[in-house]
Design a protein around this ligand. Structure first.
Ligand code: GLY
Length: 373
């Protein structure tokens, strides 16, 4: 027998910059014209119908003169499917989009997950950049390279790790978001504080009222700080474990075993951030029941979630047994059993290894029922 070793060197670094500021569409245009991502033959903007209506012409203007193709998908988590991905790919193939193209994900979490996944697989991979237009996407989906789609069995079950080339977080987009959408993004922000940063948690407690006023002439710096903290905390974690192999990155999933199950049980009527708020409350209380966290910390977390206008009771229409079944289809499951990232104390969660994090159904059931409206 002969063995021929195959040594692969990384051909390019996956590292990238996240730019945070205002009026960044101009900066996107400038970067593309200066060819900092090479000289693509086509720029494929993937966006949804709402973003297109609101911001489509601003992006077109900023990118005027560049060879643009636009693909507009229906808005909403229920459209983050393989069918939508296929339709995007077919449109690209029919337009003759080749490997010398760059994808621009312009929208919220659904757009960035879908566009990133298309980028990961289209003709074996195209570069992409993200321009998140919601607080939720800026806090989470647009950075970190988790791309993918939902299936009938659950959320984000099919996908790829594939990093963008650059992320442009323009907080100007948030200023016209409905209050519900700001609340939706706040849950991931609270999550970052809970898992990693007690001073940031205290800062969020202090400024709940300032943020609930939305955007005012005086609180722009607070919003900017919040945007930066989200990126710093999230990237500080995923750069240690890009592909969720060592358990580090799983910490970002605090609240998410329950959250994804609630979203699925509600047929995605419950928005992701609202589900994450509830998921964190439930998972913190599970941690208390297991003797890992102090009741006082779980109460402080519940109070913060409430003060940011997020619901703290699980809608009664969602059946507890459905929720428990869906938790077992979560990506973190092993041997058919759901796993949880557990709260140790505010600012710190347990890092779960593959053989830990199982919790008896009876405990989960009891905590869900205690928190149901
Ligand atoms: N949303 C969790 C992660 O990016 O790892």
């Amino acid at each position: 027998m002969k063995s021929v070793p195959v040594y692969l060197l990384p051909v390019e670094s996956n590292s990238y910059e996240v730019l945070i500021g205002s009026n960044l569409l101009q900066r996107v245009g400038q970067d593309l014209r200066q060819q900092i991502f090479g000289n693509p033959g086509n720029y494929v903007v993937i966006t949804d119908e709402h973003v297109q209506k609101k911001w489509g012409s601003a992006l077109q203007q900023a990118l005027a003169g560049l060879p643009l193709h636009q693909i507009v998908i229906a808005a909403g988590e229920q459209h983050k499917t393989r069918a939508t991905k296929e339709s995007i790919e077919d449109q690209m193939l029919q337009s003759g989009i080749g490997r010398d193209s760059l994808i621009i994900a312009f929208g919220g979490g659904v757009v960035s997950d879908l566009a990133g996944y298309v980028a990961a697989t289209y003709q074996r991979g195209l570069p992409y950049i993200t321009i998140p237009t919601t607080l939720l996407a800026a806090a989470d989906a647009s950075i970190g390279g988790k791309t993918g789609v939902n299936t009938n069995m659950g959320k984000n079950l099919i996908g790829a790790f594939y990093q963008p080339r650059r992320v442009y977080i323009d907080i100007g987009f948030w200023q016209t978001l409905p209050k519900l959408q700001l609340q939706n993004g706040m849950a991931e922000t609270i999550k970052h504080a809970v898992i990693k940063d007690l001073p940031f948690f205290r800062w969020l407690e202090k400024h709940a009222e300032d943020f609930s006023a939305g955007f005012t002439n005086t609180n722009l710096e607070l919003w900017k700080k919040l945007a930066c903290k989200n990126v710093e905390i999230k990237s500080g974690i995923f750069q240690l474990d890009e592909r969720e192999q060592s358990g580090q990155r799983e910490r970002l999933n605090f609240g998410h075993t329950i959250a994804h199950a609630l979203e699925k049980a509600s047929n995605y009527k419950l928005l992701h951030g609202l589900a994450v708020g509830l998921g964190m409350i439930v998972e913190a209380e599970i941690s208390v029941k297991l003797g890992i966290a102090r009741p006082k910390d779980a109460e402080r977390l519940r109070a913060l979630v409430k003060n940011y206008g997020l619901p703290v009771r699980i809608p009664h229409q969602l059946k507890v047994e459905d929720i428990i079944t869906h938790t077992k289809h979560d990506k973190k499951s092993r041997h058919g059993e759901a796993r949880y990232v557990l709260l140790a104390k505010l600012g710190q969660v347990g890092q779960i290894a593959s053989d830990q994090g199982f919790v008896e159904d009876a405990i989960v059931r009891q905590v869900i029922l205690n928190n149901q409206a």
